[in-house]
Design a protein around this ligand. Structure first.
Ligand SMILES: *[C@@H]1O[C@H](CO)[C@@H](O)[C@H](O)[C@H]1NC(C)=O
Ligand SMILES: *[C@@H]1O[C@H](CO)[C@@H](O)[C@H](O)[C@H]1NC(C)=O
Ligand SMILES: *[C@@H]1O[C@H](CO)[C@@H](O)[C@H](O)[C@H]1NC(C)=O
Ligand SMILES: *[C@@H]1O[C@H](CO)[C@@H](O)[C@H](O)[C@H]1NC(C)=O
Length: 491
């Protein structure tokens, strides 16, 4: 009840404040004053009275909203910043998919640090690995039309809540093929006040999926977070919602519909990746938005991220880089070799592209379209802009993939990217291109990115080519650093 009152309180104040023109307690006094000292002074005094009354009634008009980016847990009345142990994960699994899919969860789950459970549809007969599990309670009493398991998976948030575990600030839901980058998830969630009602996640990359489900729905495969107070409200409503929205296909859609009854919208966050795309995710991962990488999904449905590696090995390679510098993983950075007229785009920990001509950042930050839409395998539309992979081989970049990653001391990272050999006859053979191809490896050094960075206004870092661009033994060196004051990346 107190929730309801506080939610309606402010609008009541607002009404009072919006009446401020007639608010003065002694209108006759004001009138007399106006006649005596003229219109200007009248206006000034009315405004002063209005302001005074507005402050006095605590109108929300005059309370500056605190932007999420700069708020800190400290100001939430909770002295400790959010860390991994404040998150309770609920993975929607089943005894049938788990044997194959657990390898994805095991890539990111740290036993005895990550809290949560994979939820099964029945007691497993086989070995399940190190991730603790629970068996869902009876879900067959609820209505459904197309997908009964969606009912069960939607209830994971409720069953997780009912476990009553201590110090849980966030319930994070994912599928058994969702890969979380937990340090970055913590960076994201720590920006928000867990004592308020939040629903955080991302929608689908494919417009057809957003149209069919909802743009303002967190797609479950990319994972989503529900803050404790919101979960507390949701658990009382959910079973009713399941029967009301039984015609839906997905569990995520049921949760979304139920949250819409509560009145909490999705807080969209870049970095949650449902990966509703087909083909090669390369373009998307090579031009990640300026936000921490929080999750990947659907990896079994996509071509391996690294050529000549299985998808699991690809993920392993990416994870190695992530563990060295979690905040920097997939962060893009652009620099130019002005003498040679090369444009270089780095997606840290994954790939590097050299264009033997000048390309402005506005184009490099647009993903190359190496993929199609999820449902209909079409070329468009997506919820972001893409640029086509040119049919002219000489317009395509020379591509390098992560070969090695190392920690340098406690605070630095070194990544080496090796040139990808394109099949004979499938590569441009003009001189400019050949010169770029002569670079076999590119070594990139950087300081580890401070997770605090993600609490600040986003600002892409800069890179610079070292040794005046000289290529030694086929190796070029690049350094990533903070941009200097007023430095821009200009062609
Ligand atoms: C997370 O913060 C809590 C305090 O809220 C603390 O007790 C706990 O040790 C921290 N856990 C980690 C893994 O840092
Ligand atoms: C359990 O293991 C056996 C033998 O490896 C296999 O045939 C069976 O399908 C497994 N059951 C499940 C539910 O995965
Ligand atoms: C996790 O904790 C349990 C009990 O505290 C312990 O037996 C187990 O060895 C731990 N596992 C790891 C991987 O640290
Ligand atoms: C692909 O991997 C295999 C085995 O690891 C290796 O022998 C082969 O040379 C690789 N091919 C390319 C094109 O890198």
């Amino acid at each position: 009840m107190s929730q309801t009152q506080s939610r309606f309180g402010p609008s009541h104040d607002l009404l009072k404040a919006s009446n401020f023109i007639s608010f003065p307690e002694k209108p006759s006094d004001i009138l007399v004053l106006c006649m005596r000292v003229g219109l200007l002074l009248c206006l000034v005094s009315s405004i002063l009275i209005a302001l005074y009354s507005a402050f006095f009634t605590q109108s929300q008009w005059f309370v500056l909203p605190t932007p999420a980016h700069t708020t800190r847990d400290v100001s939430f009345g909770d002295p400790e910043p959010t860390n991994i142990s404040h998150i309770l994960f609920g993975i929607g699994g089943s005894v049938w998919t788990w044997p194959k899919r657990r390898r994805y969860s095991e890539q990111w789950w740290v036993p005895n640090t990550t809290r949560g459970f994979v939820w099964f549809d029945s007691e497993p007969k086989n070995e399940t690995g190190s991730i603790p599990y629970r068996v869902s309670e009876d879900w067959t009493r609820f209505k459904y039309s197309s997908s009964q398991s969606a009912v069960r998976i939607a209830r994971i948030v409720l069953e997780s809540f009912k476990l009553g575990l201590p110090n849980v600030r966030w319930f994070v839901m994912g599928d058994d093929d969702t890969v979380f980058f937990t340090q970055n998830l913590v960076s994201v969630l720590a920006r928000y006040d867990h004592n308020q009602m939040y629903y955080i996640g991302g929608n689908s990359e494919s417009v057809e999926q957003d149209v069919m489900h909802a743009y303002d729905m967190a797609f479950g495969g990319g994972g989503f977070a529900v803050s404790y107070p919101l979960a507390a409200l949701l658990v009382n409503k959910l079973d009713g919602c399941l029967d009301r929205y039984y015609t839906f296909y997905g569990s995520d859609q049921r949760i979304w519909a139920c949250l819409s009854e509560i009145g909490v919208p999705l807080t969209k966050q870049d970095g949650f990746h449902q990966l509703d795309i087909r083909g090669n995710p390369y373009g998307l991962l090579a031009a990640h938005p300026l936000a921490p990488l929080v999750s990947l999904h659907h990896l079994d449905y996509l071509e391996p991220m690294f050529p000549n590696q299985t998808q699991l090995n690809s993920l392993n390679s990416l994870m190695k880089a992530y563990r060295v510098d979690p905040s920097r993983i997939l962060q893009q950075c652009v620099c130019y070799d002005r003498k040679r007229k090369w444009s270089i785009s780095i997606s840290w920990g994954y790939t590097l592209q050299v264009y033997p001509y000048m390309v402005p950042v506005k184009d490099l930050q647009k993903p190359l379209q190496t993929f199609k839409t999820w449902r209909s395998w079409r070329n468009e539309p997506f919820t972001f802009n893409t640029r086509p992979v040119s049919s002219n081989l000489c317009e395509r970049p020379v591509i390098y993939y992560l070969e090695r990653v190392e920690e340098v001391g406690k605070s630095g990272g070194l990544t080496i990217y090796k040139r990808y050999m394109v099949k004979e006859g499938k590569e441009c053979d003009i001189e400019d291109y050949k010169r770029a191809k002569a670079v076999q490896r590119i070594t990139v050094t950087s300081l580890k990115m401070d997770p605090e960075n993600w609490r600040k206004a986003p600002h892409r870092q800069c890179c610079e080519i070292m040794d005046r661009g000289s290529v030694k033994n086929g190796n070029l060196r690049i350094r990533i650093r903070k941009c200097r004051a007023r430095e821009t990346v200009t062609i």
